[in-house]
Design a protein around this ligand. Structure first.
Ligand SMILES: Cc1ncc(COP(=O)(O)O)c(C=O)c1O
Length: 398
């Protein structure tokens, strides 16, 4: 293939328009439900918040769900409600968005990074126990790309050391672990409804749990630490009376956004089916592309495929990840990278975390590229991605 062929070298790009790596899918029913809620009596907290929470709880099979303004607030609330406090150590994988780790810091806790498993890119279960100390309070299991962590194995360790298990399932609404929906397998599970996520409420998040105690604390957390529940009030001075019992926040999800969430949840099967179809086509197309490692799914998992991340075998290529990334972008394929290991961020480096801490995670980061994946992709979009990857890899093949 001549050098001119690559768009980055002045050749024709695979497509004329830029294909994003992920995006929402909004239809007329979504719009109609949002409009209806806009014209109702409630814009902020109204009946649709509760309806959305019940529908999510029902969908994942959990007793309780508490909706909040975004996935980060969901993680913060989960850490707060499970009593993570000053000096508590919390174990997690560094291959995640910074929010998973920041939530620990918000509560005064100390993130302790455990390396990833080379195949699943989730936390390496064999390395968890080495990082447990007297100060360890919890584990945050991040379901990277939508693949559930091996929760039973993590739970066994958590039980042995009396640790709380928080699942960051921002990628994993609709995914399954051993035939059960993600959302019911850990003490608390956090979801995000950001537009690239399995369903969207624009900004939005939710925490599911089976614990009544955690649920009650979360209901207060999202509303300044205030309660009107007569079972919880210390006093009762009249119908106007409420009490702030701890320092909470305002991170409520409005009714308008809950309307969108309800409508989107009705469409989740359709979304996930399409994501699985696209992944099937990618896997097939890259099966004999020796320079690329495709995602590996454990047999206990049935992923909803939030993202599709390939790894480049750099030893077999004449180019770095950055050059290949830039070449794909020039072809108008909106590739991305998930994730920079959290502790390599300048803020975390200033806290004292050192490069080299999690070597599998760092190696993964140097080689990873996220390809576009979202339900509204057309067959032409899919073949453009496949052709672009093949074109760029062929050009840089050693
Ligand atoms: C793994 C993970 N955790 C947490 C979050 C935070 O979610 P949000 O963007 O809704 O605050 C995200 C989303 O970006 C995420 O990918």
């Amino acid at each position: 293939m001549s050098e001119k062929n690559l768009a980055i070298n002045g050749g024709e790009p695979i497509r004329d328009t830029y294909l994003q790596y992920g995006r929402q899918s909004i239809n007329e029913t979504d719009v109609a439900l949002v409009l209806e809620s806009l014209q109702s009596d409630y814009l902020t907290t109204g009946p649709l918040v509760n309806e959305f929470e019940n529908k999510i709880a029902n969908y994942v099979g959990a007793k309780y769900a508490v909706a909040v303004s975004n996935g980060t607030a969901a993680l913060h609330m989960a850490c707060f409600a499970t009593d993570i406090k000053e000096g508590d150590e919390v174990l997690l994988s560094p291959i995640t968005f910074v929010a998973s780790s920041n939530a620990i810091l918000y509560c005064g806790g100390i993130p302790v990074f455990v390396d990833i498993n080379k195949d699943t890119y989730n936390i390496d279960i064999d390395k968890i126990e080495q990082k447990i100390t007297k100060k360890t309070k919890a584990i945050i299991a991040v379901d990277f790309a939508g693949q559930s962590c091996d929760i039973d194995s993590i739970k066994k360790i958590a039980d042995k050391y009396n640790l709380i298990l928080i699942e960051d399932a921002a990628h994993a609404l609709g995914s399954e672990y051993k035939g059960k929906k993600v959302g019911v397998n850990s003490d608390v599970t956090c979801f995000s409804f950001h537009p690239v996520k399995p369903i969207t409420t624009a900004e939005g998040g939710i925490v599911t749990t089976n614990s009544e105690e955690i649920y009650k604390k979360m209901m207060m957390f999202r509303s300044h630490g205030i309660t009107r529940d007569s079972n919880i009030l210390l006093d009762n001075q009249g119908d106007w009376y409420y009490e702030q019992q701890f320092l909470g926040y305002n991170c409520r999800l409005p009714d308008i956004q809950s309307a969108l969430g309800i409508s989107q949840l009705n469409r989740i099967d359709e979304f996930i089916d399409r994501r699985r179809q696209i992944v099937g086509q990618y896997n097939k197309a890259f099966d004999n592309l020796d320079e690329v490692i495709t995602p590996f799914e454990m047999n206990f998992s049935n992923s909803g495929w939030h993202i599709y991340v390939i790894q480049l075998k750099l030893e077999q290529l004449k180019a770095s990840r950055k050059e290949i990334f830039n070449a794909l972008r020039a072809e108008n394929i909106g590739v991305n990278v998930h994730y920079i290991p959290v502790y390599l961020q300048p803020y975390y480096q200033n806290l004292g975390y050192k490069k080299g801490l999690c070597q599998n995670a760092e190696k993964f980061y140097e080689r990873a590229i996220t390809l576009p994946l979202f339900p509204a992709m057309t067959d032409k979009d899919i073949s453009d991605v496949i052709n672009a990857v093949k074109k760029v890899v062929a050009y840089y093949r050693k």
